[in-house]
Design a binder for this molecule. Sequence first.
Ligand code: ADA
Length: 551
Amino acid sequence: MYRLFNTHNIRRVREAGGLWDFRVENGSYSGKLAVPSCFEVIPALAAYKGRAEYRKSFELCGNVRLTFKGVSHTARVFVDGAPVCEHYNAYTEFSADLTLEKGQHEIVVEVDNSYSDASALHVENDYYTYGGIIRPLLIEELSTAVINYIHITPRLTESGWCATVTSEIESKSKERAEYTLRYSLAGKPIGEKKLTLAPDEKITLTESYSFRDVTPYTPEEPKLYELSATLYDGERAVDDLIDRVGFREIKTEGKKLLLNGKPYRLLGFNRHEDYNSLGSSIPLQAMMRDLALIKESGANSIRTCHYPNDELFLDLCDEMGILVWEEAHARGLNEKQMSNPCFIPQSLKCIEEMITHHYNHPAIFCWGILNECVSDTEFGRECYITLFDRIRSLDQSRPRTFASNKHFKDICFDTEELVSINMYPLWYTFFETESTKRMLDKLKDHVEETGNSHKPFIVSEIGAGGIYGYRAESACKWSEERQAQILDAQLTDVLADPDVTGVFIWQFSDVRVDESWFNSRPRSMNNKGVVDEYRRRKLAFEVVKRHFGGK
Ligand code: ADA
């Protein structure tokens, strides 16, 4: 399963899952491997870093699109021995279009999860880069033209809801042809457009429609509508694409974040895609388990630290009314790493793929970039501006932000619509350790000095470590008791401050990290979860539930 709803009635799409022939370059394993999955599910490969190869044959014919929802972290794809595409970054979708004679065709996917100068975003880090075809792979049968995406931007006007609908249509034919594109919402026709495509031409069409009698999307009532686009050649339907829309608007008004005009306070978690021995390839039932716990805690939002998430998870957030800060891939990169010539191109590509494929999710309320990167130098500032400009060129409907740890030296608060700050008072000794309130007040004063106190202010990370099952009367650091005490004190001060628009606890669950982080990460894990990697609750879970009003 790759979406929670049917995305096509005309286009034939099948999942190319199941068992593939698989081997790793160093010869330590060859056999079968499930797609999707991380290759770390094979015990012998639990710490494997390097190249691996998947191989499987399929009956294919005509215009075919191979759509990869996620390959970690570099993919090189071959069909019948010929290279067809390659892609960098584990967390965004990519595809390859082919025209094939009818018959058996062998697909080979070469995967690499090792670190090198060719990888500016997947680096040794405080989360783990797993390996493999971690998300679904689709085989799509195309006709003479294809609808690549439909983007829907709802807007509330005096006379009710309307929406701009932008579609990208691509010719897969060597002939010039005329088509009709028909839209419908929840099965009701809403409009059509005539178009002509030259051979191999790609065009975008934008229309506005009004929707008088729709129910707004709110977290309390997350009403979703299926919007479908169908492409006709005469009266013959040649392609279609169905996506979902929620009629909601995100705006800021001073320090407030407005959802459909009403102030909304974010009570959230940072959540990595890491599910104990399944790694970053998480099935629907495990996503459900996380969201059930998150909902039970009283949280109403999630930050996808530090990369775009699986769209199946975003579908669930849409359905459950859990708002999402989705983030382009980057964590804690220094000036040398941001000077890697691959850094800007790989970051821009990640942003383009993230927004192109996730644009319609009503749960996504903002786009984030460059977590704790270099936002305190002119060089770094240019990078933030370059990436934020690309976001704005792709989406004018959502605010932008980045989580800063440069605090009193940060010079980029003016480049974003939401000011977000990571802070760990009472945990890390280099922070103000007596009082979260004092630390918060100092940070807000600095934001005011930089002329950005008129914007919503979010505590994008706050928390402490606690090792599941380690109980100590001393309540020493790494005990569950101390983690619960610190989170209690932090949340008391943060939530008592009316200037704080939202808070995201670091973090939902314990996650694996690169071994180079072992000295500050017992078990080579980031142990700041309120549940451990098996989703077993720590004492801190009940503390969060009390502060977030969980039931
Ligand atoms: C930073 C970083 C997180 C994590 C956290 C921690 O704020 O953004 O990814 O590393 O610190 O656990 O210290």
